[in-house]
Design a protein around this ligand. Structure first.
Ligand SMILES: [Zn+2]
Length: 84
């Protein structure tokens, strides 16, 4: 659960952690922080949705390639992915 000195990561940090998070290489503590940030930050939640879609489509992580349409379409996909 939450530690006594939980420090929220900022969006910049969250973005930098995304690839490691999705690859499963993020340390457990960082992963928990990252997930906590996603729950608190709709912007980052949307961002990771885009990245997840990119991975699904291309097998690589290139968020710059994402379109607004892709972003919208990914909401459902991401929810499914999270629930697994
Ligand atoms: Zn954020």
């Amino acid at each position: 659960m939450l530690s006594l000195r939980r420090r929220d990561i900022v969006c910049q940090q969250a973005v930098e952690m995304v690839t490691d998070y999705l690859e499963g290489s993020l340390p457990r503590r960082s992963r928990r922080r990252f997930e906590a940030h996603l729950r608190a930050c709709p912007n980052c939640a949307a961002y990771i949705e885009q990245i997840k879609l990119t991975i699904e489509l291309t097998g690589t992580i290139e968020p710059e390639d994402l379109t607004p349409e892709a972003k919208a379409d990914l909401t459902e996909l991401y929810r499914r992915w999270r629930s697994e």
